[in-house]
Design a protein around this ligand. Structure first.
Ligand code: PEP
Ligand code: MG
Length: 577
């Protein structure tokens, strides 16, 4: 009998496939004393775990997509070498013998020893290599515990992954393995994992509680990312029904494909800029499948996450150059790193206990200004790549003008360095702010005076305005772009940009939601940066809208006090034109 289970659909699409359950739980290592007669078996168990971990890594390397940055392959090779290193293996085996203990504890002792060796190194780069030790140890510990990781040896192609939660990095790794979709027990639609799934076009459902108890590995599932529904062991009728739905969607998509290449102009001839959001240069290929357009938001932190450290200048540069080259003259807006909140790397984890409220913590530009030496390579690389095409630099999470002054000082420093090195850059590189903190929205005129463009980050602007954590599903019901306070702030930003004569875009998820396109057009927004797979739907709406007519209705919406009233009006606007 088919079983229907529902969660929150966060990435559209219908897919079928066998379930595969994974876990990301941390492993607790405890010490057990063994009898002398048990030690040989324990050593054998350790060797088997090493062999299994090494097989997993070889498999990942074999299945990794061809456009994966070389640095990531180098990391996998380093991890493989480490597993073969006598300091690693022989040391752990010696610990098992000397302490008559279990392999987990022996490995833990050895890893502490190795981490200390790295910690004492003078060279800051070598010091960071302890992260590799910890990763390798974690992988082997999981093999010892017979737990699978998000990147295990099983072939995941075409499978639907069921997990407690996934980090943004897991999502990327899983996509390399060509999974059909994923379901998590926790998380909300605005988490970066959900955003990445949308950008990659992987159908996904989050917040499906107890998914790992309700679904078993290898059961056949239908995942409906549009409705947030999973059908477990579907019967013939459900399979047929969903297949029809999938074909309908494909037909609709084919129709939209006719819009590719068409100029983005409203019925009353107002020209609108419609760009895409990307996480990695490879995403430009997907973007181009929909339309030959530019990038309004390149979230560079994925590079940090994939490397699990601050990249050096050349790694930044090589990535940005790939993006500029792939765009062939279309604009590229590079956002400086936005780590913190739900995106972490080893460096941020190592810096002590997690902030009580990471979303309010040392995130994005705050961290960059606190660690200027680590940030400088990114600034240098963005400047350098600006001489290869129309590049803009965008700063996330600015809260006050002092941060802009500090940023400009650093940027001047970077320019000086490049002049000394005789490397070229665009001396008029446009620098813009993401307006995503209410303080910035409320003082936006001052920001507009200092900068070349503004971009509204609705994901965070809504989070901070409505005082709710965007990844906390308990308060997700409050997340509403049509809250009157949110609309007022958005309108203030658009008006301020227009007065100052600088472009204002919106790159948060609100821009990708077709329900809001007309309202935003009426509010004066002329630049949308959206997920690749919604690009043509948004374009279709723009081509069929008349701004003059929408202006009056939007004014009415802005005067309303209740979200429900605004929702009703927006529905009316969407059905009228
Ligand atoms: C936003 O906050 O709207 C945004 C685009 O940035 P991110 O989702 O990466 O925080
Ligand atoms: Mg943001």
């Amino acid at each position: 009998m088919s079983i229907y289970i529902s969660g929150i659909g966060v990435s559209k699409g219908i897919t079928t496939g066998p379930a595969h359950i994974i876990t990301r739980e941390k492993i607790d290592v405890s010490q057990h004393t063994l009898k002398k007669s048990e030690l040989n078996n324990e050593i054998k168990r350790f060797k088997q775990a090493i062999a299994q971990a090494s097989k997993q890594l070889h498999n990942i390397k074999k299945n990794i997509s061809r456009d994966t940055p070389k640095d990531i392959i180098v990391f996998i090779d380093t991890h493989l070498l480490m597993m073969e290193d006598p300091a690693f293996n022989d040391g752990t085996i010696a610990n098992i013998k000397q302490n008559a203990c279990n392999a987990e504890w022996a490995l833990h002792l050895q890893s502490e020893r190795l981490v200390q060796v790295f910690d004492e190194m003078e060279d800051p780069y070598l010091r960071t290599r302890k992260d590799d030790v910890l990763h390798v140890v974690n992988r082997i510990q999981k093999c010892l515990a017979k737990k699978e990781t998000g990147t295990q040896a099983v072939n995941l192609k075409g499978r639907i992954i069921i997990a407690d939660d996934l980090a943004p990095a897991d999502t990327i790794t899983l996509q390399h393995q060509k999974i059909a979709g994923f379901i998590t027990e926790f998380g909300g639609p605005l988490s970066h994992t959900a955003i990445i799934a949308r950008n990659l076009g992987i159908p996904a459902i989050v917040g499906l509680h107890h998914a790992r108890q309700l679904i078993h590995s290898d059961e056949i599932l239908i995942l409906d990312g549009d409705q947030g529904i999973v059908i477990n062991t579907p019967d013939e009728r459900s399979l047929k029904q969903y297949n029809r739905l999938r074909l309908d969607q494909l037909a609709k998509r084919r129709q939209l494909n006719n819009l590719t290449g068409k100029p983005v102009t409203t019925k009353d001839k107002v020209s609108i800029t419609l760009h895409g959001n990307i996480d990695r240069p490879e995403d430009i290929k997907t973007l181009k499948k929909y339309d030959d357009t530019g990038v309004g938001l390149y979230r560079t932190e994925m590079l940090f996450i994939e490397l699990n450290q601050w990249p050096d200048e050349n790694t930044h540069f090589k990535n940005y150059k790939r993006a500029v080259t792939a765009l062939k003259g279309k604009p590229l807006t590079i956002r400086t790193m936005d780590l913190g909140a739900d995106k972490e790397i080893q460096d941020t984890i190592d810096q002590g206990p997690m902030a009580h409220n990471p979303a309010m913590g040392l995130r994005a530009i705050r961290r960059c200004l606190k660690q200027p030496l680590d940030f400088l390579p990114q600034l240098l690389a963005i400047l350098r790549v600006s001489s290869y095409g129309p590049v803009r630099m965008m700063i996330p999470m600015l809260t006050n003008i002092e941060e802009i002054h500090q940023l400009k000082e650093l940027l001047d420093e970077a320019k000086k360095i490049l002049r000394k090195r005789k490397l070229s850059y665009n001396t008029r590189l446009p620098v813009g702010a993401m307006i995503e903190v209410p303080a910035a929205a409320l003082t936006v005129d001052a920001f507009a005076e200092q900068l070349d463009f503004l971009s509204i980050g609705t994901n965070d602007l809504i989070q901070y305005t409505l005082a709710l954590d965007r990844i906390d599903e308990e308060v997700n019901y409050l997340y509403n772009p049509l809250n009157p306070a949110v609309l007022k702030l958005i309108h203030m930003v658009i008006e301020s940009g227009n007065r100052a004569g600088i472009p204002v875009s919106m790159c948060g998820e609100m821009a990708s939601d077709t329900r809001y396109t007309r309202l935003l057009l009426g509010m004066g927004l002329k630049y949308f940066s959206v997920q690749a797979n919604t690009l043509l739907e948004i374009k279709h709406i723009i081509l069929n809208s008349s701004i003059q007519q929408l202006k009056r209705k939007s004014r009415l919406a802005l005067a309303m006090h209740e979200s429900s009233e605004i929702e009703a009006l927006v529905e009316q606007i969407n059905h009228q034109q």
